[in-house]
Design a protein around this ligand. Structure first.
Ligand SMILES: [Zn+2]
Length: 239
């Protein structure tokens, strides 16, 4: 059992935690949620627009029906005015007035129909735009989901590798030491094994007594910092 293995174990534990955090704070997840919300909004708008278009079509149809009725009336009065049947001047005057009134109404109605048609055209265009926006959002969401799935897959694979390596390391460790390490890892915020650098414990930044330093540097046995209780690790510098 060596400190080297404990240090490696800590590296694996840290990497594992980092990977899990990455998986949790996925930007893709956040983006997918935002896009889905926008998509819902667009779908509501789309439905509203469809409803409006239906309403407009109905109104136009009604007005066109009325217009056809007015056209028939117009023809009737014209027939009476210019047809073969003879009427009294009083009657003719009356037909003339009615014809004029009908033509006036007709003109007004046709203007209204035209306005509604223009509005319908505009709404149709908006509907088309919305349809495009919806499909582009759906595409984006689809792609993000795929990206996320690949990412999660890769994280899962990395985590599995870490797990295997950990099993290998643990099998060579004494159970008691492993327990100590795990306790320290939790208590010391993922820093159970710390480096000894320039006679300092890098965990608590205290200078260590000479005999302890010697022990750390000379043996491979596990040495704890007198001050903070962490396991001290020393890397021989390459010269
Ligand atoms: Zn310390």
């Amino acid at each position: 059992m060596s400190r080297e293995e404990l240090y490696q174990l800590q590296k694996l534990d840290t990497r594992k935690e980092r990977l899990k955090r990455t998986a949790q704070n996925d930007l893709e997840v956040q983006e997918i949620l935002e896009l889905t919300e926008q998509l819902e909004q667009l779908k509501v708008e789309f439905e509203t627009r469809e409803e409006e278009i239906m309403q407009l079509n109905k109104e136009i149809k009604e007005k066109e029906f009325n217009n056809a009725r007015l056209t028939r009336k117009q023809e009737e009065y014209k027939d009476k005015l210019y047809g073969e049947t003879t009427y009294s001047p009083k009657e003719l005057e009356d037909f003339q007035a009615k014809l004029m009134k009908t033509e006036e109404n007709k003109e007004e109605l046709e203007e209204e129909i035209l306005e509604l048609m223009l509005l319908l055209e505009q709404k149709d265009e908006e509907l088309g735009d919305l349809k495009e926006k919806i499909s582009s959002k759906e595409d984006k969401i689809e792609k993000l989901k795929e990206k996320l799935m690949n990412k999660e897959e890769s994280i899962k694979m990395k985590l599995n590798k870490i797990k295997e390596k950990k099993i290998g390391l643990k099998s060579r460790m004494e159970e008691e030491l492993l327990k100590k390490y795990n306790r320290l890892y939790t208590k010391k915020n993922a820093r159970a094994v710390v480096k000894l650098e320039d006679n300092y414990c890098m965990g608590c930044r205290m200078t260590l007594p000479r005999n302890l330093i010697k022990k750390v540097k000379q043996s491979i046995e596990v040495v704890f910092c007198e001050n903070c209780g962490r396991i001290l690790y020393w890397e021989k510098e390459e010269e």
